[in-house]
Structures are given as structure tokens and as C-alpha cells.
Design a protein around this ligand. Structure first.
Ligand SMILES: [Zn+2]
Length: 134
């Protein structure tokens, strides 16, 4: 087996172990990643609720995942496709043949959307964008 295949398989195993851990830990058991911005300022960032959203996705509760973090939940399939294609490219060719093909405009649009989402979810009138407590 090629060295790069072993590296990709090891990364996939690590990701699977992390997802299993997240799947089997319940709410409030410390599996969530605490947000430094929220702890310091009390404001939600674009990523707040992402680990809870991922746990909900793992339990096929997509509505709750959207309530925790909509942009993470909607962007996850794109991110998964990107990393999947990256892994295949790395195994087949030994290098990244994917990243150069992604239009930078798309990347900047996603980054801008994430920043705007981070601002909007802190406006009281748009509190439905803030992560729910349950
Ligand atoms: Zn946060």
C-alpha cells in the first residue's frame, strides 16, 4: 500500500473516531468545542453551535442541526465533497489537483456569507439564527 494511501486512511479513521465520539456523547457532556468569542464577549460567532449541529446531523436530526448552526449545516456537504475529492486526488496522483480548480469567487462568497451570518445571528430581531439552547 502506498504511503499516501496510508496517510489518507489514517486521517479517515481519525475523523471516524471523532464522529463516533461525538455521536455517543450527549448534550452537555463536554464534547462541544467552547467558543472563545462567546465566552469573552457574549456574542455568537459564525461557528457557534457547529459541534452540536454535527451531533444532530449524526443523529439524522437535520432540523435541529439547522437551528444550532444553519451555515455549518448547509456548508457541510460542500466541505465533505471537497475533502473527499482531495483525498481521492492525493491517493491517485500524490498531490492536490482539486484546490486550484475551485473558483476563488466562490470561496470569497462563502467567507463573506459566514461573516454576515456571524453578525446577523447577534441581532435580537434575528434571534432565530442564534444557536438554540436545546
Ligand atoms: Zn462561536
Amino acid at each position: 500500500m502506498k504511503k499516501r494511501t496510508v496517510i489518507v486512511l489514517a486521517a479517515a479513521l481519525f475523523a471516524a473516531a471523532a464522529l463516533l465520539y461525538l455521536y455517543f456523547t450527549g448534550e452537555g457532556e463536554g464534547a462541544g468545542i467552547p467558543c472563545m468569542l462567546y465566552q469573552i464577549t457574549g456574542f455568537y460567532c459564525s461557528g457557534c453551535g457547529s459541534s452540536r449541529a454535527l451531533r444532530s446531523i449524526l443523529h439524522f436530526d437535520f432540523y435541529q442541526a439547522l437551528r444550532y448552526n444553519a451555515i455549518f449545516t448547509l456548508g457541510l456537504p460542500l466541505l465533505g465533497a471537497y475533502f473527499g475529492a482531495l483525498a481521492v486526488s492525493y491517493i491517485r496522483f500524490g498531490k492536490d489537483k482539486i484546490s486550484g480548480k475551485i473558483p476563488m469567487n466562490l470561496v470569497w462568497i462563502f467567507i463573506a456569507a459566514a461573516l454576515v451570518y456571524g453578525v446577523l445571528r447577534n441581532i435580537p430581531m434575528l434571534s432565530f439564527l442564534a444557536p438554540t439552547t436545546l
